[in-house]
Design a binder for this molecule. Sequence first.
Ligand SMILES: [Fe+2]
Ligand SMILES: [Fe+2]
Length: 351
Amino acid sequence: MGEQLHSDRAPSAELLRPSNLLRIGRETVIKSGLLIPGNEPNQIEVLRELEPVVEGELNRHNRARKPWVPADYMPIDQESGLILHRVTDPEETPLLSPEAQSAMIVNLLTEDNLPSYHRVIANNFGLDGPWGTWTNQWTAEEDNHAYAIRSFLDLTRAFDPAKNEAMRMEQMKQGYMIEKDPLHTLAYVTFQELATRVSHRQTGIAAHNDIADKMLQRIALDENFHMLFYRNLAGAALDVAPNQMMQAIRDEVLSFQMPGANIENFQVRALQIANAGIYDLRRHLEEVVVPVLRKWKIFERDDITGYGALARDELDAFLTKLDVDAKRFEDKRDSGQVSRAIAALQRHRGL
Ligand SMILES: [Fe+2]
Ligand SMILES: [Fe+2]
């Protein structure tokens, strides 16, 4: 293994593709010399080198982020204690539009799988030192998100609580497994946190309800803080191991999927969400992918070479394709084709 650790061989792009990585976390990387490319430090060394950055980022995060109390964001009148916006007949007068409801449910079920995310992140970054401190605190912060959203839905009866609970059980029983190494995880969570931020924020706007909007704004702010942490860590990883990190970024942009893709009727819900402009390819490209790549100065760096440069070219080509796909979707949306597809899917599935 010692020889492989210092091999000049680039890591096999095929091996590094997320679909081919079988449970590659910290432990596996240690055992796998195959993941160690050329003259860059291996991933465990990168994680160790980043420890002071984690500490600095954690301190910055704690200075910037003010704690919040979910009870302050509930639909409850502070003086009388009465529940506000309580729905008596959801069929006749629903609180939320079908799109806003779908978005809130998808966001909630995604948040629900937090124990799985904690396991994945702890497995990748380890639970000792500053990485572990961050992971536990991040988990504690995330834990308020599902609690707040579910409380809002349960109190207002905007969504049937029994149905909501059944969906939560189903989602958590499936759990969430992701097969990535630490650098791929770092790239993924940067995009994922930002995507979640955009999604919560736009759902708040689409809800047309002041209380839901304020609550989702606050959650979105948390997601932004998380994104900043991971984005800065990934930026530091680019400095330490530019080619490996470049490869990870290429893989994660090309294969990006929200963790909620296994939710019941996800296809219809995702189409509804995209049709309403809450989260669609255009937002994904212009509000998530491009701003992060710009911050990392991906296309300006001169330290990316060899297989890293190849990965960057592939990423560049993919961005052009994403733009074409986004335009195509917008045309379909404008012509009403997406609405018709949603209606057909709903009829087909008896929704
Ligand atoms: Fe969250
Ligand atoms: Fe988050």
